[in-house]
Design a protein around this ligand. Structure first.
Ligand SMILES: Nc1ncnc2c1ncn2[C@@H]1O[C@H](COP(=O)(O)OP(=O)(O)O)[C@@H](O)[C@H]1O
Ligand SMILES: [Mg+2]
Length: 252
């Protein structure tokens, strides 16, 4: 399948020569060209994507890269809600990649919501309101929630979680805001989240790291991406000076 992406998602067109018919799809670049190739050009506009992984797997880096490149290369504003590390620490750490989030905040292209203190004080729905208002105010087309695990700590039942996810999904779909929900997977745990998020989200990207020959090896795979002809292999990926880069060759 051949895809073409211009400046904004709304101008993106995709051709499907295989079936002889052309088909268009609004794609939103992940901010990682090598990942875009695996997911047929990018995420579907307005979709909700889970990014799951263990500590240090590269989830926040992927989230910030998505937001930063979206603002700088595709002129799409973005909101990053951080519930795990403080906003100032996140901004400091991302400067290692030359991603100046503070500069983008001043230009009103990005908003970093530091929710670390308020996650327990406000209820889940008040936190949700703060994020939704920020999306509306900025006209954001990209949102990262880091992490869904921290945001929903104070939700205790699956039915509460389900209705919470339905509310948020509806809003995001209507706003055409493509969203990455980061999910923290503790070491040794096989399940991802509470076991239903994978069904509710449109896509799932899993980041893994393992120790091999005294070195940490990072791998990525995509078990699910609704409406996308995506790669099903396991790919090596690297975190370097320019952020995340995925190897085009399947991992062995
Ligand atoms: N500038 C950099 N160059 C290469 N690797 C880096 C750089 N900055 C961070 N890393 C790697 O990325 C990891 C952290 O990624 P992060 O996105 O914060 O993980 P997570 O959010 O999944 O916990 C670090 O543990 C480190 O191994
Ligand atoms: Mg993180």
């Amino acid at each position: 399948m051949i895809y073409k992406q211009t400046d904004t998602a709304s101008e993106s067109v995709l051709w499907c020569p295989r079936g002889g018919k052309s088909m268009s799809r609004q794609v939103v670049s992940s901010g990682i060209p090598s990942l875009d190739k695996i997911i047929d050009g990018g995420f579907n506009e307005g979709d909700t994507i889970l990014v799951a992984g263990q500590p240090g797997a590269g989830k926040s880096t992927l989230g910030v890269q998505f937001l930063y490149k979206g603002a700088v290369q595709h002129n799409q504003n973005g909101v990053y809600a951080t519930f795990v590390e403080s906003g100032s620490k996140l901004k400091r750490d991302m400067l290692r990649f030359d991603w100046d989030l503070e500069g983008l905040e001043k230009e009103k292209k990005v908003s970093i919501l530091d929710m670390v203190q308020t996650v327990s004080e406000r209820g889940v729905y008040l936190n949700l309101d703060v994020m939704m208002n920020a999306v509306k105010e900025l006209g954001a087309k990209r949102l990262v929630i880091d992490s869904l695990s921290a945001l929903t700590t104070y939700i205790h039942t699956k039915s509460e979680s389900r209705s919470f996810m339905s509310v948020i999904n509806k809003f995001l779909e209507n706003s055409k805001c493509t969203t990455l929900f980061i999910l923290e997977v503790p070491w040794g745990q096989k399940e991802i989240g509470m076991g239903f998020e994978e069904f509710m989200a449109d896509g799932l990207v899993v980041l893994e790291s393992s120790l091999e020959r005294f070195m940490v090896r990072r791998r990525l795979y995509i078990p699910k991406m609704r409406g996308v002809d995506h790669g099903l292999d396991c790919y090596d990926f690297y975190i370097g000076r320019d952020g995340i880069d995925v190897s085009p060759v399947s991992s062995t």
